[in-house]
Ligand binder design. Structure first.
Ligand code: C5P
Length: 399
């Protein structure tokens, strides 16, 4: 997508480099238009280096021989994003002023416009600003934030620009809604707990956040999502059906029950491979010498789903490893007959559980997605799955 990013005079302009980088990482082309105020917070040189595109501050920049004119710039854009949007640019755009480049591009474009306001909370709440917002909303401008919090001026209240990741996520979720309205997705998420006795269990560190982010990303695009979820403290998104389970055996039963009529299956849960052979209905005592607990293998849910007569058309597995990640993931893809395997490193104990990077393995190809927040990554992965699933033959209905 071609994006004109307007940067205006607010301290939140310091978040612009991250925003430009994030948009470029997702494959978008970014051309920056700075207002005079914006150029006082961030230099045209920095924007040019990060966007690898010409940067515009004055009308002459848009009309110089190597650049396009302001009308062409307005036409080039698939989307205009003004972040941060100051009270001044809101007023200029609301009133159709064309005495500076950014407000002129706004006036000359037919592309969708997004604004992420940033200003002092009294300015934000002022009736003049609120009237401008109402007016711009009537013209079709879409808003991202502002968030509430401590502002650069020391006040606490609404007026903080949304974080770059939120901005990007909001623009692209709105862009893709309903693409998956005929898709039923069954997904497992989180860890499992294998009880040893009434108080002890065997488990792992999976938070469930990646699986829930995938469930949310698919639901945002209209998919009917059923999530079989192990114990978690993560926030559960709205718009998905959740079946809570505790053990691998419960997860297996719930998956098999929900399997008919699913189009996609994503095995994102960190299912315990072993479970104690015996469960003690009382708390084991130290004197009972349970230093060696006998274990047995659990059912491999993913492998069973892949080989089932009611196999969904597209089956995705996850491989989390500390060593030989790609080679092990490839081996698992074959063993478990998955269409796609997503290889991820295991975060360290002190690791960041909110950001993630993965490598997607599909038909001999490998694609690595850079480190980002889990929801942004989940949206990219759902797009990737949708693209590849569309090219796979549908499994004929079993009689
Ligand atoms: O073999 P491993 O546990 O590393 O494989 C990981 C993949 O297999 C994940 O997609 C996980 O959800 C799935 N799995 C499963 N049932 C098990 C073990 C793993 O579905 N019992």
């Amino acid at each position: 997508m071609n994006i004109v990013l307007g940067i205006t005079g607010s301290i939140a302009a310091v978040k612009a480099p991250e925003l430009i980088t994030l948009l470029r990482t997702q494959g978008h082309m970014v051309r920056v238009v700075l207002t005079q105020g914006g150029a006082e917070f961030i230099t045209p040189m920095a924007c040019k280096a990060l966007s690898n595109q010409p940067v515009y501050v004055h009308f002459e920049d848009a009309h110089s021989s190597q650049n396009m004119d302001h009308i062409e710039l307005a036409r080039w854009a698939d989307c205009i994003l003004i972040a941060p949007a100051s009270a001044n640019i809101l007023a200029q755009c609301a009133h159709g002023l064309a005495d500076q480049l950014l407000s002129t591009v706004f006036l000359a474009t037919q592309a969708p416009v997004w604004m992420a306001p940033a200003m002092n909370s009294v300015m934000w709440q002022h009736p003049a600003t609120q009237a401008n917002i109402k007016h711009l909303t009537g013209m079709g401008v879409q808003w991202i934030g502002p968030n509430s919090g401590t502002l650069a001026c020391g006040e606490v209240g609404p007026g903080r620009m949304s974080e770059p990741e939120e901005i990007v996520a909001q623009i692209f979720s709105a862009d893709t809604s309903e693409k998956l309205k005929n898709t039923n997705l069954l997904i497992t998420a989180g860890c499992t707990q294998e009880a040893i006795d009434t108080v002890r269990f065997l488990s792992n560190r999976s938070t469930g956040k990646m699986g829930l982010a995938l469930a949310q990303a698919a639901a945002e695009q209209g998919a009917q999502v059923t999530c079989i979820l192990g114990p978690t403290h993560a926030t559960i998104p709205t718009g998905i059906k959740v079946i809570h389970v505790v053990s691998a055996a419960e997860m297996h039963v719930a998956v098999m029950k929900a399997l008919p009529h699913q189009n996609w299956f994503i095995g994102c849960a960190a299912v315990s491979d072993y479970t104690p052979q015996q469960y003690s209905p009382h708390k084991l005592k130290k004197s009972e010498n349970f230093e060696a607990i006998e274990m047995r293998l659990t059912t491999d849910i993913l492998a069973e789903v892949s080989q089932h007569t009611e196999r969904p058309q597209f089956v995705v597995g996850f491989a989390a490893e500390t060593d030989n990640l790609i080679a092990s993931a490839k081996a698992k893809q074959v063993q478990k007959s998955c269409d796609m395997m997503i290889a991820n490193t295991v975060p360290t104990l002190e690791g960041d559980s909110d950001r993630h990077t993965v490598t997607v393995l599909f038909k001999g190809t490998e694609h690595t997605y850079p480190l980002t927040d889990k929801l942004t990554l989940a949206r990219q992965l759902i797009d990737c799955i949708a693209k590849h699933a569309a090219t796979e033959p549908a499994i004929p209905e079993t009689v």
